[in-house]
Design a protein around this ligand. Sequence first.
Ligand code: ZN
Length: 133
Amino acid sequence: MLKKIDHIGIAVKNLERGIELYRDILGVEPEATIDFPPEKVKIAFFPLGESSVELLQPTHEESAIHKFLEKRGEGIHHICYRVDDLNKAIEILVARGLKPLDSKPRNGAHNTRVVFFHPKDTAGHLIELSEKA
Ligand code: ZN
């Protein structure tokens, strides 16, 4: 069901500084930074082989990333796994006891449909599943 790690989402207070870390120190070229109003974040993607690192900076206090930073500080926010059939994957995981955060998939960045599963059921890490449109 899970095809690969699609990306690892990292919450940062300052996207420019995050970009400096990945581009200038770790030597990974970012894709263009995008503004993603549905989640009230700015995102920089760093493709790395089959996967990417996604740096997320909140653009509003109501952003889930803002709340995460307040509570836990900067760091890994979620791990995203690619699936081929999101509806099927949700059905299977719900039957196995996981709880999605939303009743329906959301639109993700980069033409994807995504769903998140609550960290209290998943060993403390937020899991995102993503299907390419
Ligand atoms: Zn993500």
